[in-house]
Design a binder for this molecule. Structure first.
Ligand SMILES: *Cc1c(COP(=O)(O)O)cnc(C)c1O
Length: 434
């Protein structure tokens, strides 16, 4: 697979280069030069595949020139080792549970796959790969657990001190091995600025092989297509053919992967992008003007993004046909108050607890289905509700079953280095702790 930059068609690189560089120098995003439609035989077999089988079939068509099939299969079986069931809540209402991975959020799909792809491309005897990642919560946990124990890699996570939830902090600070946590006396933006500066620091780049693990890496997008195929296969087995997916969206990577699956031939009727008050995309669909703005803080904080970085990919996918994009994707946004109401409504109707991000997706799907009663709806549940304990009223909080893996984490010792937000302190830390 060759990839090009969304800012310059002639800037083309191999999959390996796109994975290690994450972002082209021209600040575009990497996109596959050609996105193959999967063969009819694949779609005929669709209902018979398991999730890892589907993952292999899909990635084979994209990546077999970069990774030989036997290696690819082993890599996928290692990366995709948890389930993503579509649970039926009602006639034609399904919740796609994407939180059964190690960090209890859908980002595990991307992080586990990317870490294994990077490890695969690391040649024997090469310099250790140093992954730097700034996180406001969910990304750090997924990346840490994705790389945990992966040979010849080390991860340094920067997070804002006192600004992540207790469970998130546990996931960041209790790993040991090749993962280290640094809490910064500052905000998430300060953490991100430190990481960005490290990437352009000549001395650090001389000493270390630095890479970023951020959400725009193409190796995080590809594995997110797998669960769309898998959910569709599951609905086919239940005799449903007309399917809409509703995706709670922030940086628009998740829904971008859905559109990639569609481009590969998955016959999805409708995509629904659901956002919180950060409504840059819903506004675009309303007014035709794409106007990024500063993010505002909400209950569904993993979606607090005012300038969704993957939008460039989606726009690029439909560059010749903006009308087709408007037909295939609709968009809704909701306030925190509506989010809280949605959490309660889902609980009252189905005795099921959704995290605030997932609640927004349910709400948007419900609204859309009022006009389209004959289409089956799947809303994506992007995180386990136990990651956001402060959001729920007592009766709902009491109904949340905390997974065993989290109870085990609570026994462990937390370890993090505290630094101020000056770059010199961070740089000195990296060199001293080399
Ligand atoms: C990251 C995240 C999102 C947003 O996903 P995007 O791919 O950035 O649109 C939604 N929900 C949760 C729980 C997340 O962690």
């Amino acid at each position: 697979m060759k990839l090009y930059s969304t800012n310059n068609d002639t800037n083309q690189v191999s999959f390996e280069d796109a994975v290690f560089n994450s972002m082209p120098q021209d600040k575009g995003l990497y996109m596959p030069l050609s996105i193959p439609r999967l063969p009819d035989s694949f779609f005929e077999q669709l209902p018979n595949y398991t999730l890892p089988q589907l993952a292999f079939e899909v990635s084979k068509h994209l990546l077999s020139d970069a990774i030989p099939e036997t290696d690819l299969k082993a890599l996928i079986d290692d990366a995709v080792n948890f389930d993503a069931p579509a649970v039926k809540l009602d006639e034609d209402v399904y919740v796609l549970e994407l939180f059964h991975g190690p960090s209890l959020a859908f980002k595990d799909f991307g992080a586990r796959f990317m870490s294994r792809v990077m490890s695969y491309f690391l040649r024997e005897g090469q310099k250790q790969l140093d992954v730097l990642v700034a996180t406001s919560g969910d990304t750090g946990g997924a990346v840490a657990l994705g790389f945990l124990g992966v040979p010849n890699t080390r991860v340094t996570i920067l997070y804002p001190k006192g600004k992540v939830s207790d469970i998130q902090e546990l996931q960041l600070t209790t790993n040991g091995q090749n993962i280290r946590a640094v809490q910064i006396e500052g905000t998430f933006d300060d953490c991100q600025a430190l990481v960005k500066q490290a990437f352009v620091d000549a001395e650090l780049n001389e000493q270390f092989r630095l890479t970023s693990a951020n959400s725009i890496n193409i190796a995080r997008l590809i594995p997110q297509t797998f669960y769309y195929f898998n959910a569709y296969a599951q609905l086919l087995r239940e005799g449903k053919k007309d399917v809409a997916f509703c995706v709670p969206s922030g940086n628009f990577g998740n829904i971008g992967a859905g559109l990639l699956a569609w481009k590969m031939g998955l016959p999805v009727k409708q995509f629904i992008a659901a956002t919180n008050a950060n409504d840059t995309v819903p506004q675009y669909f309303k007014t035709g003007i794409y106007e990024p703005k500063p993010s505002v803080q909400t209950l569904s904080n993993a979606m607090d993004v005012g300038n969704p970085s993957n939008w460039a990919r989606i726009a690029n996918l439909f560059k010749d046909d903006a009308e087709a994009l408007k037909k295939l994707v609709v968009s809704y946004s909701y306030t925190d108050e509506q989010t809280r109401t949605a959490i309660s409504e889902v609980f009252d109707r189905y005795n099921y607890v959704v995290c605030p991000h997932t609640a927004i997706a349910w709400k948007a799907l419900t609204e859309w289905q009022q006009e389209h009663p004959n289409v089956s709806g799947v809303f994506l549940s992007t995180a386990h509700p136990c990651k956001f304990p402060d959001v729920f009223p007592a009766n709902i909080a009491a109904a949340i079953k905390v997974p065993e893996q989290m109870k085990e984490l609570e026994q462990r010792k937390r370890q993090a280095t505290t630094l101020d937000k000056n770059f010199d302190s961070f740089k000195a830390y990296l060199i001293k702790q080399a």
